[in-house]
Design a protein around this ligand. Structure first.
Ligand code: ATP
Ligand code: MG
Ligand code: MG
Ligand code: MG
Length: 323
């Protein structure tokens, strides 16, 4: 059966452009009739031709329709909120779909919200016995006396993605300005122990609560860390699929990822990211409940390498939304 899908892209977060490039890929390969809606950076929506033009432009500064826009919600079988970051990946739009009674791709309200908040997510994972990098949390306006970790350490907004607002603080750098940068994006920030010579390993999960795991992939790059520029500038980062790691480590990563997914109650999909520190300690860094989704993004590539092609993956996701 053909399903009519409402694809929503763009959004108000710092990952607006990333979302639009994900949407170009999804729209081109989706094996179901799909209607596009774009949320501009000002939070207003673009529909019909205006949405198509925004997708081609790769950015929409201003929208036309304030929320809720005049979309025939009940004419769709499922919504696909292909939105990254706050107001999209954080449970807010998921709550709106719940109210409408409209099935949607991806995690529900609670799992989206908790996975988006790095502080809350790490607390849940820690309680479940899943290893996470040591950190402390500050709200904007609280005094942040001494540095809690030896440099280099990391400072991040609690709710972020694509490394927006994330800083690595070296011994010769100012931790306060890193915190100020993080607070530009959120009222809560994390200061995290920095891992030296870290390897970044990622696995793609698919399923409702009980997920299947893809092969494990690795990302390498020449920059200081995997920052926004490195993520989205052609040629700066290399994806290695499968990751050149021992089978035993790959098994442990997949096992931890599936367990974290279950503990957090994730539906649909997640890209689960790990850090392998020098010395071999493995940490779960985060779960991204709406990962980058262009055909060259890690999430679809991991599935492709595991035998699931991009259009089939989209079909599976839409069906999981109804399941
Ligand atoms: P995504 O785009 O995957 O959603 P994000 O914005 O949620 O990313 P993180 O994954 O937490 O942010 O951090 C971005 C990058 O910063 C990591 O991929 C890694 O390169 C570096 N990094 C973050 N925390 C640490 C740490 N504690 N030690 C070493 N490197 C780190
Ligand atoms: Mg993230
Ligand atoms: Mg993300
Ligand atoms: Mg990350």
């Amino acid at each position: 059966r053909q399903l009519h899908i409402l694809l929503i892209a763009g959004g108000k977060s710092g990952e607006h452009e990333v979302s639009l490039s994900s949407a170009r890929g999804v729209l081109a390969a989706m094996p179901h009739p799909t209607t596009l809606a774009v949320i501009a950076k000002d939070g207003k929506w673009l529909l019909g031709e205006a949405a198509r033009r925004a997708l081609e432009a790769g950015v929409a500064e201003q929208g036309e329709h304030p929320f809720p826009p005049p979309v025939p919600w009940h004419g769709f079988d499922a919504a696909f909120p292909l939105l990254h970051g706050r107001w999209g990946e954080d449970g807010t739009i998921q709550g709106f779909f719940e109210f409408l009674g409209l099935p949607y791709v991806g995690a529900g309200v609670a799992a989206s919200a908790v996975c988006m908040d790095k502080d809350l997510c790490k607390r849940v994972l820690q309680q479940a016995g899943i290893p996470v990098v040591p950190w402390v949390t500050f709200y904007h306006g609280e005094s942040t006396p001494e540095p809690h970790f030896r440099p280099p350490y990391f400072v991040k907004p609690a709710n972020t993605g694509s490394s927006v607002g994330v800083s690595k603080v070296r011994a010769d750098q100012d931790g306060q300005s890193a915190l100020e940068e993080a607070f530009r994006w959120d009222h809560k920030a994390l200061v995290e122990m920095g891992l030296e010579g870290v390897r970044e390993l990622e696995v793609a999960l698919l399923g409702n609560i009980h997920a299947e795991a893809s092969v494990v992939g690795e990302i390498t790059y020449a920059s200081e860390f995997y920052d926004y520029e490195t993520k989205y500038t052609e040629g700066r980062a290399q994806l290695h699929i499968p990751a050149p790691i021992p089978a035993e480590l790959s098994r442990r990563i997949r096992e931890l990822a599936v367990e974290a997914y279950r503990v957090l109650g994730v539906r649909g999909l997640a890209r689960v990211d790990f850090f392998l520190a020098e010395g071999g300690t493995l940490y779960l860094n985060e779960l991204n409940t709406m990962p980058g989704f262009t055909p060259t993004s890690m999430y679809p590539k991991l599935w492709q390498a595991s035998g699931l092609a991009y259009p089939e993956l989209l079909d599976r996701l839409v069906r999981l939304a109804l399941g």
